[in-house]
Write a protein that binds this ligand. Structure first.
Ligand code: HEC
Ligand code: HEC
Length: 89
């Protein structure tokens, strides 16, 4: 049996579906972005320019030598707001 292009496409679709499930499940257990003076201005950026525009700023503080480093086992460095939802106001 040989892998055809169609099979690979199918595998990619299956992987994407599981990826989405993973992200949705992350939504439930992941710490929320605080609605405080460090963060609330970025919620305004999300509302005007979208999540990706706001995420550019997170690394200013959330990086290994920033003021609020990630936990050690934190891998992903971008698209913060896919996993971290905003705290209820
Ligand atoms: C000006 C510095 C700064 C920027 C920029 C910043 N943060 Fe933070 N963040 C902090 C500090 C300090 C804390 C820890 C204290 C606190 O809870 O406010 C924190 C805490 C957090 C937490 C954890 C809350 C908890 O329950 O422990 C998350 C999640 C978070 N930030 C996400 C983000 C995201 C996403 C962005 C980009 C939209 C961002 N931060 C931008 C300073 C910053
Ligand atoms: C793939 C999902 C994912 C992405 C993307 C992601 N995180 Fe996280 N983050 C987590 C998980 C899971 C934890 C650990 C569980 C928890 O404490 O919420 C965590 C923990 C944190 C914490 C510590 C929270 C605490 O309570 O101590 C901060 C701060 C944080 N993330 C900031 C960020 C920032 C800023 C970005 C973007 C640069 C980002 N994360 C991207 C999933 C993610």
């Amino acid at each position: 049996m040989s892998l055809k292009k169609r099979d690979l496409t199918f595998l990619a679709v299956v992987a994407a579906v599981f990826g989405v499930f993973y992200l949705i499940s992350g939504d439930i257990k992941t710490a929320r972005v605080p609605y405080d003076d460090n963060h609330k201005q970025y919620l305004a950026v999300v509302q005007t320019d979208g999540k990706m525009a706001a995420e550019k700023f997170c690394g200013e503080c959330h990086q290994p030598d920033g003021s609020a480093p990630f936990p050690k086992d934190h891998k992903s460095r971008d698209r913060c707001l896919i996993c971290h939802k905003w705290e209820e106001r």
